[in-house]
Design a protein around this ligand. Sequence first.
Ligand code: ATP
Length: 372
Amino acid sequence: MAPPLCSACASAPAAALRPATRTPVCRACFIAQFEEEVHATIVSASLFAPGDRVAIGASGGKDSTVLAYVLGELNKRHNYGIELLLLSIDEGIAGYRDDSLMTVVQNETDYNMPLSVVSYKQLYGWSMDEIVKAVGLRNNCTFCGVFRRQALDRGAELLGATKVATGHNADDAAETVLLNVTRGDTARLARCASASTGLSGDRAAGDEGEVSSLPRVKPLMRTYEKDIVLYARFNRLKYFSTECTYAPGAARGHVRDFVKNIERLRGDAVMSVVGSAEDMHVVAPKTTAPKLGKCRVCGYLASRPVCKACDLLRELDRKLPGRRAESASAPLNNSEAAAAFDARKLVVERAGNASTACGGGGVCTNEVCNKA
Ligand SMILES: Nc1ncnc2c1ncn2[C@@H]1O[C@H](COP(=O)(O)OP(=O)(O)OP(=O)(O)O)[C@@H](O)[C@H]1O
């Protein structure tokens, strides 16, 4: 049977169904719709201003890869007048982050955006592999979330960025909303689905940290994950599609399964959860922005006498006391970090032959990827 015609142009055969509405669309119309939807989010939430220097948090995964690509396209088309940079955090997870960073190195060339990499090891003296050895798998995601948030900030500051953009999407937001419900954290409900968060400790989808020194923007916050996968596939974008080695067992994984199951019954479930969180503005308790100062251990921005990252580092020190002598026990200050910031070279050397997770050539066993 011939495929149905595209519901937008009514001339080309449909290449896919829009996941939320099940309307058939051809490749060209899907790409055009997707890009205009992201543009609409950017405009309606005033995410960028001319002259912004935007550090894109680039993990090599599908969301941040699509984010970098689509921002490059929209910046040209709509004259945003912004400068786009790729910033990757190497958490030090062998066989996962080192592989995904190779994809980012490839993106640097493909999208013509300069890449910088900063690692947990440089900033904190610990890689995630070492942290997991010390604390086990139970709450390692807390360490990773707190360190990543601060590392993105510090990396972006060193680059002279005015904003940090991340690839959080609507599915991520729905998961975070539900996670906050399970924690009884009503105060965060209203703002965890927001496309931009300020400096004051707003915790956005996926972030476990406390304060940011730069505004965070999330241009894909109104975009379904399935659309992102489709967009990547139609544009043949290279990305890395393997779950973090240490993610299985994390609470987010259970919530993700729940959201996926509900979505099968109700195509609009994700956006309904996100919309409900936005409506919480009315009932959520009003919180005042925390007073920002300097952490008395590392000197970096903090809303408490000791920042969350240093708190966690102390916990690590307690578990492995002898290690304090061998490694930095507190985050480097920013000038030390700047000196260590040239880690990019290391990654580039490792990336001799950039590849994606599945290697292509067959049927990818991961979620739909560009090599399938
Ligand atoms: N190691 C990292 N370096 C830079 N940015 C990161 C990193 N990990 C996550 N981010 C940013 O945070 C966003 C959400 O994080 P999440 O853990 O969902 O990423 P991911 O699943 O590894 O990859 P992606 O979201 O790009 O598909 C990413 O889209 C990216 O912008």
